[in-house]
Design a protein around this ligand. Structure first.
Ligand SMILES: Cc1cc2nc3c(=O)[nH]c(=O)nc-3n(C[C@H](O)[C@H](O)[C@H](O)COP(=O)(O)OP(=O)(O)OC[C@H]3O[C@@H](n4cnc5c(N)ncnc54)[C@H](O)[C@@H]3O)c2cc1C
Length: 370
Protein backbone atom coordinates (compact mmCIF):
# COMPACT_ATOMS: atom_id res chain seq x y z
CA UNK A 1 0.00 0.00 0.00
CA UNK A 2 1.21 3.52 -0.78
CA UNK A 3 -0.27 6.57 0.94
CA UNK A 4 0.26 9.80 -1.03
CA UNK A 5 0.21 12.67 1.47
CA UNK A 6 1.12 11.80 5.07
CA UNK A 7 -0.64 14.70 6.79
CA UNK A 8 -3.69 14.52 9.04
CA UNK A 9 -5.58 11.77 7.19
CA UNK A 10 -2.66 10.01 5.53
CA UNK A 11 -0.51 9.59 8.65
CA UNK A 12 -3.48 8.20 10.54
CA UNK A 13 -4.30 5.80 7.68
CA UNK A 14 -0.65 4.71 7.61
CA UNK A 15 -0.71 3.92 11.33
CA UNK A 16 -4.02 2.02 11.15
CA UNK A 17 -2.95 0.02 8.08
CA UNK A 18 0.49 -0.89 9.38
CA UNK A 19 -0.94 -2.01 12.70
CA UNK A 20 -3.19 -4.37 10.75
CA UNK A 21 -0.14 -5.89 9.13
CA UNK A 22 -0.37 -4.08 5.78
CA UNK A 23 3.03 -3.26 4.27
CA UNK A 24 2.75 0.54 3.92
CA UNK A 25 4.85 3.27 2.32
CA UNK A 26 3.89 6.86 3.19
CA UNK A 27 5.10 9.60 0.85
CA UNK A 28 4.98 13.31 1.67
CA UNK A 29 6.26 16.41 -0.12
CA UNK A 30 7.32 17.85 3.27
CA UNK A 31 8.23 16.47 6.71
CA UNK A 32 4.93 16.11 8.65
CA UNK A 33 3.79 17.78 10.77
CA UNK A 34 4.72 20.91 8.82
CA UNK A 35 3.41 24.38 7.93
CA UNK A 36 2.64 23.87 4.22
CA UNK A 37 -0.68 22.04 4.52
CA UNK A 38 -3.83 22.29 6.60
CA UNK A 39 -2.76 20.94 9.98
CA UNK A 40 -0.51 23.47 11.76
CA UNK A 41 -1.32 26.21 14.31
CA UNK A 42 -1.33 24.19 17.57
CA UNK A 43 -5.02 23.35 18.03
CA UNK A 44 -8.16 22.02 16.33
CA UNK A 45 -11.66 21.85 17.81
CA UNK A 46 -13.26 18.47 18.34
CA UNK A 47 -17.02 18.85 18.58
CA UNK A 48 -19.60 16.07 18.52
CA UNK A 49 -23.00 17.82 18.12
CA UNK A 50 -22.65 18.16 14.36
CA UNK A 51 -25.12 19.97 12.12
CA UNK A 52 -24.51 17.37 9.37
CA UNK A 53 -26.63 14.75 11.16
CA UNK A 54 -26.14 11.36 12.83
CA UNK A 55 -23.47 10.13 10.37
CA UNK A 56 -21.18 12.99 11.45
CA UNK A 57 -22.05 12.60 15.13
CA UNK A 58 -21.24 8.88 15.08
CA UNK A 59 -17.97 9.60 13.30
CA UNK A 60 -17.05 12.31 15.81
CA UNK A 61 -17.69 9.95 18.73
CA UNK A 62 -15.60 7.19 17.18
CA UNK A 63 -12.86 9.73 16.36
CA UNK A 64 -12.81 10.88 20.00
CA UNK A 65 -12.43 7.27 21.18
CA UNK A 66 -9.56 6.68 18.75
CA UNK A 67 -7.75 9.85 19.89
CA UNK A 68 -8.05 8.59 23.47
CA UNK A 69 -6.67 5.20 22.33
CA UNK A 70 -3.74 6.97 20.65
CA UNK A 71 -3.05 8.90 23.86
CA UNK A 72 -2.96 5.66 25.77
CA UNK A 73 -0.70 3.99 23.24
CA UNK A 74 1.82 6.85 23.10
CA UNK A 75 1.53 8.29 26.60
CA UNK A 76 0.98 11.77 25.06
CA UNK A 77 -1.76 14.26 25.87
CA UNK A 78 -3.48 14.94 22.53
CA UNK A 79 -7.08 15.87 23.41
CA UNK A 80 -8.07 18.46 26.01
CA UNK A 81 -11.70 18.14 27.10
CA UNK A 82 -12.25 21.86 27.64
CA UNK A 83 -15.91 21.89 26.59
CA UNK A 84 -17.00 23.71 23.43
CA UNK A 85 -19.52 26.53 23.48
CA UNK A 86 -21.32 27.15 20.18
CA UNK A 87 -22.90 30.62 20.11
CA UNK A 88 -25.09 31.95 17.35
CA UNK A 89 -27.41 34.66 16.29
CA UNK A 90 -30.81 33.03 15.65
CA UNK A 91 -30.63 34.64 12.21
CA UNK A 92 -27.70 32.29 11.46
CA UNK A 93 -28.46 28.99 13.27
CA UNK A 94 -31.33 27.62 15.34
CA UNK A 95 -29.45 24.53 16.70
CA UNK A 96 -32.83 22.76 16.69
CA UNK A 97 -31.93 19.73 14.56
CA UNK A 98 -28.45 19.56 16.05
CA UNK A 99 -29.96 19.30 19.51
CA UNK A 100 -32.50 16.70 18.40
CA UNK A 101 -29.89 14.50 16.73
CA UNK A 102 -27.42 14.89 19.57
CA UNK A 103 -29.94 14.06 22.28
CA UNK A 104 -31.28 11.08 20.34
CA UNK A 105 -27.72 9.71 20.32
CA UNK A 106 -27.27 10.35 24.04
CA UNK A 107 -24.88 13.33 23.82
CA UNK A 108 -24.95 15.58 26.89
CA UNK A 109 -25.61 18.92 25.16
CA UNK A 110 -26.97 22.01 26.91
CA UNK A 111 -29.11 24.69 25.29
CA UNK A 112 -28.31 28.13 26.77
CA UNK A 113 -29.90 31.55 26.43
CA UNK A 114 -27.88 34.78 26.33
CA UNK A 115 -28.23 35.40 30.10
CA UNK A 116 -26.89 31.96 30.91
CA UNK A 117 -23.97 32.34 28.47
CA UNK A 118 -23.00 35.69 30.04
CA UNK A 119 -23.43 34.31 33.55
CA UNK A 120 -21.15 31.31 32.98
CA UNK A 121 -18.47 33.08 30.93
CA UNK A 122 -18.32 36.70 31.98
CA UNK A 123 -15.93 37.56 29.16
CA UNK A 124 -18.62 36.92 26.54
CA UNK A 125 -20.84 39.78 25.36
CA UNK A 126 -23.82 38.67 23.29
CA UNK A 127 -27.08 40.35 22.26
CA UNK A 128 -30.24 39.27 24.08
CA UNK A 129 -31.52 37.00 21.29
CA UNK A 130 -28.29 34.96 20.85
CA UNK A 131 -28.38 31.27 21.74
CA UNK A 132 -25.81 28.74 22.86
CA UNK A 133 -25.24 25.03 22.56
CA UNK A 134 -22.66 23.80 25.06
CA UNK A 135 -20.91 20.46 24.65
CA UNK A 136 -19.15 19.65 27.95
CA UNK A 137 -17.40 16.56 26.54
CA UNK A 138 -15.97 18.33 23.49
CA UNK A 139 -12.65 20.18 23.40
CA UNK A 140 -9.56 20.58 21.29
CA UNK A 141 -6.75 18.50 19.83
CA UNK A 142 -3.07 19.41 19.86
CA UNK A 143 -2.79 19.03 16.11
CA UNK A 144 0.92 18.69 15.35
CA UNK A 145 1.31 16.38 18.36
CA UNK A 146 -1.47 14.16 16.96
CA UNK A 147 0.34 13.78 13.65
CA UNK A 148 3.66 13.11 15.38
CA UNK A 149 1.95 10.48 17.54
CA UNK A 150 0.53 8.66 14.51
CA UNK A 151 3.92 8.99 12.82
CA UNK A 152 5.56 7.29 15.80
CA UNK A 153 2.94 4.51 15.90
CA UNK A 154 3.22 3.91 12.14
CA UNK A 155 7.03 3.77 12.28
CA UNK A 156 7.14 1.42 15.22
CA UNK A 157 4.65 -0.90 13.48
CA UNK A 158 6.99 -0.98 10.46
CA UNK A 159 5.67 1.67 8.04
CA UNK A 160 8.20 3.40 5.78
CA UNK A 161 7.93 7.18 5.44
CA UNK A 162 9.54 9.10 2.58
CA UNK A 163 9.66 12.78 3.51
CA UNK A 164 10.46 15.75 1.25
CA UNK A 165 9.38 13.61 -1.70
CA UNK A 166 6.86 15.03 -4.15
CA UNK A 167 4.48 12.73 -6.00
CA UNK A 168 4.49 14.00 -9.57
CA UNK A 169 2.37 11.50 -11.46
CA UNK A 170 0.48 8.22 -11.07
CA UNK A 171 -0.34 5.41 -13.50
CA UNK A 172 -2.85 2.76 -12.54
CA UNK A 173 -4.10 -0.52 -14.00
CA UNK A 174 -6.14 -3.30 -12.39
CA UNK A 175 -2.84 -4.99 -11.50
CA UNK A 176 -1.32 -2.10 -9.54
CA UNK A 177 -0.34 1.54 -9.32
CA UNK A 178 2.96 3.23 -10.23
CA UNK A 179 3.71 6.33 -8.15
CA UNK A 180 6.26 8.62 -9.81
CA UNK A 181 8.05 10.87 -7.34
CA UNK A 182 10.93 13.32 -7.20
CA UNK A 183 12.97 10.39 -5.80
CA UNK A 184 11.99 7.56 -8.15
CA UNK A 185 9.05 5.32 -8.99
CA UNK A 186 7.29 3.11 -6.41
CA UNK A 187 4.72 0.38 -7.03
CA UNK A 188 1.83 -0.93 -4.95
CA UNK A 189 -1.34 -2.96 -5.34
CA UNK A 190 -3.43 -0.12 -3.87
CA UNK A 191 -2.94 3.57 -3.23
CA UNK A 192 -4.60 6.09 -0.92
CA UNK A 193 -4.58 9.74 -2.03
CA UNK A 194 -4.79 12.20 0.88
CA UNK A 195 -3.17 15.33 -0.54
CA UNK A 196 -5.14 17.97 1.38
CA UNK A 197 -4.97 21.38 -0.30
CA UNK A 198 -2.57 20.00 -2.94
CA UNK A 199 -4.85 17.61 -4.89
CA UNK A 200 -4.42 19.71 -8.02
CA UNK A 201 -0.81 18.44 -8.19
CA UNK A 202 -2.24 14.95 -8.90
CA UNK A 203 -4.22 16.02 -11.99
CA UNK A 204 -5.04 14.64 -14.53
CA UNK A 205 -4.89 11.28 -12.71
CA UNK A 206 -7.61 12.64 -10.43
CA UNK A 207 -9.64 15.83 -10.69
CA UNK A 208 -11.45 16.66 -7.45
CA UNK A 209 -14.05 19.37 -6.89
CA UNK A 210 -11.93 20.97 -4.18
CA UNK A 211 -11.03 24.66 -3.89
CA UNK A 212 -7.95 25.50 -1.82
CA UNK A 213 -8.33 28.71 0.18
CA UNK A 214 -5.84 30.76 2.23
CA UNK A 215 -7.00 31.09 5.85
CA UNK A 216 -5.56 32.96 8.80
CA UNK A 217 -5.68 32.63 12.58
CA UNK A 218 -4.41 35.02 15.27
CA UNK A 219 -3.47 34.79 18.96
CA UNK A 220 -4.59 37.84 20.98
CA UNK A 221 -3.53 38.85 24.49
CA UNK A 222 -6.52 38.88 26.89
CA UNK A 223 -6.77 41.64 29.54
CA UNK A 224 -7.65 39.14 32.29
CA UNK A 225 -7.31 35.45 33.15
CA UNK A 226 -10.94 34.61 32.32
CA UNK A 227 -9.87 33.40 28.85
CA UNK A 228 -7.17 31.01 30.08
CA UNK A 229 -7.23 27.28 29.38
CA UNK A 230 -8.99 25.56 32.26
CA UNK A 231 -11.47 28.44 32.60
CA UNK A 232 -12.61 29.22 29.07
CA UNK A 233 -13.97 26.69 26.54
CA UNK A 234 -13.30 26.23 22.84
CA UNK A 235 -15.94 28.13 20.91
CA UNK A 236 -17.72 28.67 17.62
CA UNK A 237 -19.50 31.93 16.93
CA UNK A 238 -22.11 32.32 14.18
CA UNK A 239 -22.85 35.99 13.58
CA UNK A 240 -24.32 38.03 10.75
CA UNK A 241 -20.76 39.41 10.23
CA UNK A 242 -19.24 35.94 9.74
CA UNK A 243 -18.51 32.59 11.34
CA UNK A 244 -15.63 32.39 13.84
CA UNK A 245 -14.09 29.73 16.07
CA UNK A 246 -11.47 29.80 18.77
CA UNK A 247 -9.56 28.40 21.70
CA UNK A 248 -8.67 29.50 25.22
CA UNK A 249 -5.23 30.94 25.89
CA UNK A 250 -2.77 28.06 26.39
CA UNK A 251 0.21 28.82 28.62
CA UNK A 252 -0.08 32.55 27.96
CA UNK A 253 -0.05 32.16 24.15
CA UNK A 254 -3.19 34.31 23.81
CA UNK A 255 -6.77 33.52 22.81
CA UNK A 256 -6.67 32.00 19.32
CA UNK A 257 -9.40 32.95 16.85
CA UNK A 258 -10.04 32.23 13.17
CA UNK A 259 -12.77 32.97 10.68
CA UNK A 260 -14.43 30.00 8.95
CA UNK A 261 -16.10 31.72 6.00
CA UNK A 262 -14.29 33.77 3.36
CA UNK A 263 -10.60 33.57 2.50
CA UNK A 264 -8.51 34.09 -0.63
CA UNK A 265 -8.30 31.29 -3.26
CA UNK A 266 -4.85 29.73 -3.55
CA UNK A 267 -3.24 27.53 -6.20
CA UNK A 268 -0.78 24.81 -5.16
CA UNK A 269 2.76 25.92 -5.89
CA UNK A 270 2.00 29.63 -5.61
CA UNK A 271 3.54 31.50 -2.67
CA UNK A 272 1.08 32.07 0.18
CA UNK A 273 0.79 35.72 1.27
CA UNK A 274 2.02 35.89 4.90
CA UNK A 275 -0.27 36.88 7.79
CA UNK A 276 -0.93 40.62 7.72
CA UNK A 277 -0.79 40.94 3.92
CA UNK A 278 -4.48 41.93 3.96
CA UNK A 279 -6.16 44.40 6.36
CA UNK A 280 -8.82 41.79 7.19
CA UNK A 281 -6.24 39.23 8.36
CA UNK A 282 -6.06 40.91 11.74
CA UNK A 283 -9.04 43.26 11.23
CA UNK A 284 -11.81 40.61 10.94
CA UNK A 285 -10.55 38.74 13.99
CA UNK A 286 -10.05 41.84 16.10
CA UNK A 287 -13.52 43.21 15.22
CA UNK A 288 -15.16 39.90 16.25
CA UNK A 289 -13.29 39.96 19.57
CA UNK A 290 -14.09 43.63 20.22
CA UNK A 291 -17.78 42.87 19.68
CA UNK A 292 -18.21 39.50 21.42
CA UNK A 293 -15.16 39.03 23.70
CA UNK A 294 -13.76 42.53 24.25
CA UNK A 295 -11.66 41.38 27.20
CA UNK A 296 -9.62 39.21 24.83
CA UNK A 297 -8.86 41.88 22.24
CA UNK A 298 -5.39 42.93 23.42
CA UNK A 299 -2.23 42.93 21.33
CA UNK A 300 -1.79 40.38 18.58
CA UNK A 301 0.92 37.95 19.72
CA UNK A 302 1.13 35.88 16.59
CA UNK A 303 -0.67 35.21 13.32
CA UNK A 304 -0.32 32.34 10.87
CA UNK A 305 -1.62 31.27 7.48
CA UNK A 306 -3.07 27.84 6.74
CA UNK A 307 -5.19 26.29 3.98
CA UNK A 308 -8.71 24.96 3.69
CA UNK A 309 -9.69 22.62 0.88
CA UNK A 310 -13.37 23.33 0.25
CA UNK A 311 -15.84 21.07 -1.53
CA UNK A 312 -18.98 22.78 -2.91
CA UNK A 313 -21.11 21.54 0.02
CA UNK A 314 -18.30 21.44 2.62
CA UNK A 315 -18.86 17.71 3.17
CA UNK A 316 -15.81 15.48 2.72
CA UNK A 317 -14.83 13.16 -0.13
CA UNK A 318 -14.03 9.61 0.99
CA UNK A 319 -14.45 7.25 -1.92
CA UNK A 320 -12.90 5.05 -4.55
CA UNK A 321 -11.31 6.60 -7.63
CA UNK A 322 -14.00 6.91 -10.36
CA UNK A 323 -11.93 4.81 -12.80
CA UNK A 324 -9.36 2.82 -10.78
CA UNK A 325 -10.87 0.57 -8.13
CA UNK A 326 -7.49 0.13 -6.40
CA UNK A 327 -7.17 3.86 -5.62
CA UNK A 328 -8.90 5.42 -2.58
CA UNK A 329 -9.46 9.12 -2.01
CA UNK A 330 -9.74 11.16 1.19
CA UNK A 331 -9.98 14.88 0.52
CA UNK A 332 -12.01 18.07 0.69
CA UNK A 333 -12.00 18.29 4.48
CA UNK A 334 -13.35 21.81 4.17
CA UNK A 335 -11.98 23.39 7.33
CA UNK A 336 -13.55 20.92 9.76
CA UNK A 337 -11.81 17.61 9.11
CA UNK A 338 -9.00 17.40 11.64
CA UNK A 339 -11.11 16.06 14.50
CA UNK A 340 -12.03 13.13 12.23
CA UNK A 341 -8.47 12.26 11.15
CA UNK A 342 -8.29 9.35 13.60
CA UNK A 343 -11.49 7.76 12.32
CA UNK A 344 -10.81 8.63 8.66
CA UNK A 345 -7.56 6.66 8.99
CA UNK A 346 -9.55 3.73 10.33
CA UNK A 347 -12.15 4.06 7.55
CA UNK A 348 -9.46 4.15 4.84
CA UNK A 349 -7.85 1.12 6.38
CA UNK A 350 -11.23 -0.68 6.37
CA UNK A 351 -11.83 0.28 2.75
CA UNK A 352 -8.40 -0.86 1.62
CA UNK A 353 -8.46 -4.15 3.50
CA UNK A 354 -12.17 -5.10 3.37
CA UNK A 355 -13.64 -2.93 0.62
CA UNK A 356 -16.21 -1.40 3.02
CA UNK A 357 -16.29 0.86 6.08
CA UNK A 358 -18.13 0.02 9.28
CA UNK A 359 -19.42 3.60 9.59
CA UNK A 360 -21.84 5.29 7.20
CA UNK A 361 -19.79 7.23 4.62
CA UNK A 362 -22.55 7.61 2.02
CA UNK A 363 -22.49 11.40 2.50
CA UNK A 364 -18.94 11.54 1.21
CA UNK A 365 -19.26 9.90 -2.21
CA UNK A 366 -17.77 11.70 -5.19
CA UNK A 367 -20.74 11.21 -7.44
CA UNK A 368 -22.95 13.53 -5.36
CA UNK A 369 -21.49 16.34 -7.50
CA UNK A 370 -22.52 14.75 -10.82
C1 LIG B 1 -6.83 27.55 10.05
C2 LIG B 1 -7.49 26.22 10.10
C3 LIG B 1 -8.30 25.90 11.18
C4 LIG B 1 -8.93 24.66 11.25
N1 LIG B 1 -9.68 24.36 12.34
C5 LIG B 1 -10.21 23.12 12.46
C6 LIG B 1 -10.87 22.74 13.67
O1 LIG B 1 -10.97 23.52 14.63
N2 LIG B 1 -11.36 21.47 13.75
C7 LIG B 1 -11.24 20.58 12.73
O2 LIG B 1 -11.73 19.45 12.86
N3 LIG B 1 -10.62 20.92 11.57
C8 LIG B 1 -10.10 22.14 11.43
N4 LIG B 1 -9.42 22.50 10.29
C9 LIG B 1 -9.39 21.57 9.15
C10 LIG B 1 -8.36 20.49 9.26
O3 LIG B 1 -7.15 20.94 9.82
C11 LIG B 1 -8.16 19.89 7.87
O4 LIG B 1 -9.43 19.48 7.39
C12 LIG B 1 -7.23 18.69 7.88
O5 LIG B 1 -5.99 19.02 8.46
C13 LIG B 1 -7.03 18.21 6.44
O6 LIG B 1 -6.24 17.06 6.48
P1 LIG B 1 -5.59 16.50 5.14
O7 LIG B 1 -4.91 15.23 5.52
O8 LIG B 1 -6.59 16.49 4.06
O9 LIG B 1 -4.49 17.62 4.74
P2 LIG B 1 -3.02 17.82 5.33
O10 LIG B 1 -2.96 17.55 6.78
O11 LIG B 1 -2.54 19.13 4.84
O12 LIG B 1 -2.18 16.66 4.63
C14 LIG B 1 -1.98 16.61 3.23
C15 LIG B 1 -0.57 16.13 3.02
O13 LIG B 1 -0.37 15.77 1.67
C16 LIG B 1 0.93 16.15 1.30
N5 LIG B 1 0.95 16.25 -0.17
C17 LIG B 1 0.11 16.97 -0.93
N6 LIG B 1 0.40 16.82 -2.24
C18 LIG B 1 1.45 15.97 -2.30
C19 LIG B 1 2.19 15.44 -3.37
N7 LIG B 1 1.92 15.73 -4.65
N8 LIG B 1 3.23 14.61 -3.08
C20 LIG B 1 3.51 14.28 -1.79
N9 LIG B 1 2.82 14.77 -0.73
C21 LIG B 1 1.80 15.59 -0.99
C22 LIG B 1 1.14 17.47 2.01
O14 LIG B 1 2.50 17.79 2.14
C23 LIG B 1 0.46 17.21 3.34
O15 LIG B 1 1.37 16.75 4.32
C24 LIG B 1 -8.77 23.73 10.19
C25 LIG B 1 -7.95 24.05 9.10
C26 LIG B 1 -7.30 25.28 9.06
C27 LIG B 1 -6.42 25.59 7.89
Amino acid sequence: MIVVGAGSMGMSAGAHLTKRGVNTLLIDAFDPPHQEGSHHGDTRLIRHAYHGGPAYINMALRAHQLWNDLEEETGETLLVQSGVLNIASPAVYSYKTRLEHSRSLGLPVEYLDADEIRRRWTGIVVPEDYIGLYEPQAGYLLAERCISAYRKVAASAGAKLLTNTRVERLDASPGGVAVHTSKGVFHAGQVILSAGAWFKTLEPFLTLKVKPVRKVVGWFQPFNSGFDAGRFPGFTLGTPEGGFYGFPSLDGAGLKIGRHDGGVPWNPGEPVAPFGSYEEDEGDLRRALETYMPGASGVLHRGTVCKYELTPDEDFIIDRHPVYSNVWIAGGFSGHGFKFASVVGEILSDLATRGAASLDIGLFSMNRFN
